[in-house]
Design a protein around this ligand. Structure first.
Ligand code: ADP
Ligand code: MG
Length: 669
């Protein structure tokens, strides 16, 4: 007798459940998606014990007919696909017909549903995949799915669950983000008696972002608006203009070639918001929440040289395209996708975000009490200070005044929570940017009449509130600043129309040089200088491999090198701005970049990293005295850069202390 046999459905479902149901949040995801596919506009999620004990999703969708309700628990039973052709253009969130049978095989499940076409509803109870009950019931329209005791019959899975708080955080994050994907619907999430999220329909995504995160977070985000790019078919490998020409040769000049339009909307953070992990990145493709390496890479490329490589932004991106352009049938949990024209999509997303970042040129403000990196509920992200040229400087400050820098520098690494736990309601007021909670110093015996300092009685002079200039949100104002001097011969202090500015001279110059070098590089005219004697450098085997890979790029960036015997290279010329003494170090630095973060990454990223290294090397150092003319030049040159907000390594360049904040600090408003 043969040894191979077909597995019974119950076993097959349990195996499928292994992939589909990873944790309570996966159940919530599948059930929410079913409700959305059913056209629900009111979605209610109730959980207990982080979803282990109970998950209940109630919707006002189309409900199911009695026969369908029974069929829904069969493997591969779906109303969303008919034949294999449909697989190429899926417009629903579900299509595999696996979720309900999988969930039912690892829990005690109760389905209550009624379609508008039937007078009575249906109640079905299943435990561990076995049908216990199926009966008619008097029910309202829509569907309620109750999942109890998840993994009660799969002890191995139960062991892998994290704490209730963690599982709840996953669920909260998921429901929150689905609520952001559909501002026109009501979402409600409760955990036991606690309501975690309740949002009612609004007209725009911006209003929904406000409902969910509050106004402060909204201020820290950039609205993409709606950006589109057309893909010309056919072949993506042919540049669009050639594709059009080829098409017109075939069909005559009057007919436009077929195009597919890609559209990107959503919000993403300004460079000063930096997260320690990817938990604040949510990407939706055609309404489906996905995890996709290509899009993550596009996002991080957009921030390349704006935030440190170890930091992540906050992003809420919605990409819409023709269903034929994206294959969603890649993984059972449907969280991965494959694009038909991957590099087009990648570049579209990267360019759109980069352009929007450049357009806004936002100025970071002071927030010593709460670093700007800190969205509500998140620990401040660590900044890898130790890897940057500032560590010495901060060390020096620390020695001078113990504790003095603590309030300015972000907390050290390691404080990061394992998971997002959003503050879900705007009612949880965001902390003030400056902490002035300290009791006011009493200057007169007894309190003033109003209990506060009354402006009329105030003998300290009245600041005409009307005269407060509008806040300077953009760094374009840098060119109008009046430099006042330096602190520690490292930071330029400048007065502007609206308040005070502090500019880090090294990173400011680094940004100026970076863009200069990048432009020279793009135009193919990098200034080089010949070395009197070639510099001979020994490489390790790994460095040798990396060197071979980037030799052309090095050459184009102004380093004339050639192999010189075994694992040795000779450097004959270098970019004009790099001093001979620094040459060896900078080359090793570039090789290290090539090794650690750029293996297999794009040439564009490598090029930017090389330019960043050159710029860092040549920039004015800290602890350097600057005369007023030089400071003025620096500010003007900085204002003229494309991106004056952060240095090529992602550190902020200029901090702004607005007139309003100054007035507040002195209790004048
Ligand atoms: P899929 O979503 O991939 O089709 P599921 O196992 O998740 O597979 O669901 C099976 C079918 O049950 C769906 O195709 C749909 O017809 C029906 N269904 C599931 N949930 C609901 C719901 N909340 N409202 C109406 N119909 C539903
Ligand atoms: Mg489904």
């Amino acid at each position: 007798m043969g040894r191979i046999r077909i597995l019974p459905d119950q076993v097959a479902n349990k195996i499928a459940a292994g992939e589909v149901v990873e944790r309570p949040a996966s159940v919530v995801k599948e059930l929410l998606e079913n409700s959305l596919d059913a056209g629900a506009t009111d979605l209610r999620v109730e959980v207990e014990s982080g979803g282990r004990r109970l998950i209940r999703i109630t919707d006002d969708g189309c409900g199911m007919l009695r026969d369908d309700a029974l069929l829904a628990f069969e493997r591969h039973a779906t109303s969303k696909l008919r034949d294999v052709k449909d697989l190429l253009s899926i417009s629903t969130l579900g299509f595999r017909g696996e979720a309900l049978p999988s969930i039912a095989s690892v829990s005690r499940l109760l389905l209550e549903t009624r379609s508008a076409d039937e007078v009575t509803g249906t109640r079905i109870e299943i435990a561990g995949g076995k049908m216990l009950r199926c009966e008619e019931a008097a029910l309202g329209g829509g569907t309620v799915v109750t999942v109890r005791d998840l993994f009660y019959n799969v002890p191995a899975r139960r062991k892998f669950l994290r704490t209730e708080q963690t599982e709840l955080a996953h669920i909260a994050s998921l429901v929150t983000h689905y609520s952001l994907a559909h501002p026109d619907r009501t979402y409600r999430l409760t955990s036991g008696p606690t309501e975690l999220l309740h949002v009612t329909p609004v007209a725009t995504l911006q209003e929904r972002v406000y409902q969910v995160f509050g106004s402060q977070v909204l201020d820290e985000l950039v609205d993409i608006g709606a950006r589109e790019r057309d893909l010309f078919l056919p072949p993506p490998s042919v540049p669009p203009s050639e594709a059009i020409a080829a098409y017109q040769r075939e069909r005559g000049p009057d007919e436009d070639p077929p195009t597919r339009t890609f559209r990107l909307t959503g919000f993403f953070s300004r460079p000063q918001v930096q997260k320690a992990n990817r938990n604040s990145i949510f990407i939706f493709v055609n309404g489906r929440l996905i995890r996709d390496r290509l899009l993550l890479h596009a996002l991080s490329s957009a921030y390349h040289n704006l935030i440190p490589p170890s930091a992540y932004p906050f992003a809420l991106l919605f990409l819409e395209c023709a269903p034929e352009e994206v294959d969603v049938n890649v993984h059972p949990s449907k969280t991965e996708v494959r694009f038909r024209h991957g590099s087009f999509v990648h570049d579209f997303v990267r360019d759109t975000l980069r352009d929007r970042l450049m357009e806004t040129r936002p100025a970071p403000t002071f927030s010593p009490a709460q670093p700007a990196t800190d969205l509500p509920g998140h620990a401040p992200s660590p900044q890898p200070a130790a890897r940057l040229p500032y560590s010495e400087f901060s060390q020096m400050l620390e020695n001078e005044a113990p504790g003095a820098v603590d309030s300015v520098l972000p907390e050290p690494a390691g404080a990061e929570p394992p998971l997002p736990d959003f503050t879900l309601r705007p009612t949880a007021a965001p902390a003030p940017r400056l902490d002035f909670t300290a009791p006011p110093i009493e200057v007169t015996p007894g309190p003033p009449p109003s209990g506060k300092l009354s402006r009329h009685l105030d003998a300290h002079g009245v600041f005409p509130v009307e005269a407060i200039p509008p806040p300077e949100m953009s760094l374009s104002v840098l060119s109008d600043l009046r430099p006042l001097g330096q602190i520690h011969e490292s930071f330029i202090i400048a007065a502007g129309r609206d308040g005070l500015w502090i500019i880090d001279q090294h990173v400011a110059h680094e940004r100026i040089l970076f863009e200069q070098v990048l432009k020279q590089r793009a135009a193919g005219r990098v200034e080089m200088q010949r070395l009197l004697m070639p510099l001979i450098i020994q490489l390790t085997p790994e460095q040798q491999i990396d060197y071979a890979r980037i030799a052309d790029e090095l050459h184009a960036s102004g380093f004339e090198t050639e192999p010189f015997g075994n694992r040795t290279i000779a450097v004959k010329a270098a970019p004009a701005s790099v001093g001979a003494a620094d040459l060896e170090r900078i080359l090793f630095e570039i090789l290290e970049i090539a090794e650690t973060e750029l293996r297999g990454a794009s040439l564009d990223d490598l090029r930017r990293s090389i330019c960043a290294s050159i710029a860092c090397q040549a920039a004015i150092k800290i602890n350097t005295r600057l005369d007023p003319a030089k400071m003025e030049w620096l500010l003007r040159a900085l204002a003229a850069t494309d991106c004056p907000m952060s240095c090529p390594h992602g550190r902020p360049i200029a901090m702004h202390y607005s007139t309003r904040e100054i007035l507040k600090a002195f209790h004048r408003i």
